[in-house]
Write a protein that binds this ligand. Sequence first.
Ligand code: IMP
Length: 427
Amino acid sequence: MPAVVLIGAQWGDEGKGKITDYLAEKAEYVVRYQGGNNAGHTVKVDEQEFKLHLIPSGILYPGKTCIIGNGVVVDPAVLLEELSYLAARNIDTSGLRISANAHLIMPYHKRLDAVEEDRRGEHKIGTTKRGIGPAYMDKASRSGIRMISLLDGAEFKEKLAQNLEEKNYLLERVYEAEGFDLEAVYAEYMGYAERISHLITDTSLLINEAILAKRDVLFEGAQGTLLDVDHGTYPFVTSSHPTAGGACMGAGVGPTRIDQVIGVCKAYTTRVGEGPFPTELDDEMGEEIRKSGAEFGTTTGRPRRCGWFDAVILRYAARVNGLSSVALTKLDVLDNLDTVKICTGYKYQGETITEFPHSLKYLSQCQPIYEELPGWKQDTSSARTFDQLPDNAKNYVRRLEELTGVKASIVAIGPKRDQTIPVIDIF
Ligand code: IMP
């Protein structure tokens, strides 16, 4: 009865929503542990498509307990919107619980996110402007407002007043933007409190009790390894810990309780926002992958930058997350290609590098070294077992395993639930 952490092994958008949905059929608890509504998960159930940003994708199955952990930053307006969206589509959301320690995204966080990005000019990060960074900044500086404060109006108002004093000064005097009115924000958030207070609880206790009772628990990461504030391509990262260790911190469980870590990665690489990307394809091939992979952001609609699979990144993800296996997604996107390339290492100033460089400057000067494999030129989307894949597709997967040192436990060949090939049992 395992506790499994599912993380993004690249720059996010690896298809974690689909794999979570697949595994959530068996798991009883699904837990989000970091990030906020900067994430976007698209899940296809029969002919219906669901787009979720905050609520764990496990909610699409009846009877699951879905948890927003303490490490998540929650915009209550988005949460309520998502609850209404699900209710309108007859999805039962009664299993949702939110950590009392999760921090709230406030209206000033969103405005600060926008004005700070503008100020950065050519050094912009390319944030989603959802207020994520400023909310985590307040958490770290110990001035943030947590879910638990929504349960006590007087306490909430006092914290809000303290915050507004500083944020309005910053917005109005430094950024020459509009500030916020205490009573208006207070009234808005008390309105949210009325509708979500009953969901707020000690989720660490809930999760640990579930693990002790040998229930299957799935921790669903958002974003990806290279967007981790410590292990990613800093400063072009998000402000939380999408890596596996983040699950412990962001859910309140100890590392000894985790049984497996699955890294979700695409059969190629994508990235949104700014920052170096060694295998980026700035040509027709990149355009073809973007088109056939529908590589446009779920949250912002931005076109994603596309490139070949980078085994250096995957080896790095295997190291910092302690990957037990990999879930390889979107293999079908490569179906029509004559040949497929895999980056096996980088050239840096004439030297061959096989480990992901820790310096961004260094990374931006790395040239990919490619190995070229024959394509399979066959539709894989109806394969249901690994053996049903064309030989060249199998060879591609096996070569990725060799180069990264991690076995594939799942291969996905389309957006639908049944377009998922189990290779190794997880639950
Ligand atoms: P933030 O998380 O909005 O602060 O954005 C910081 C960086 O992370 C930007 O480069 C974003 O494009 C990127 N990012 C944030 N969330 C996601 C995601 O879910 N998928 C891919 N990139 C993301």
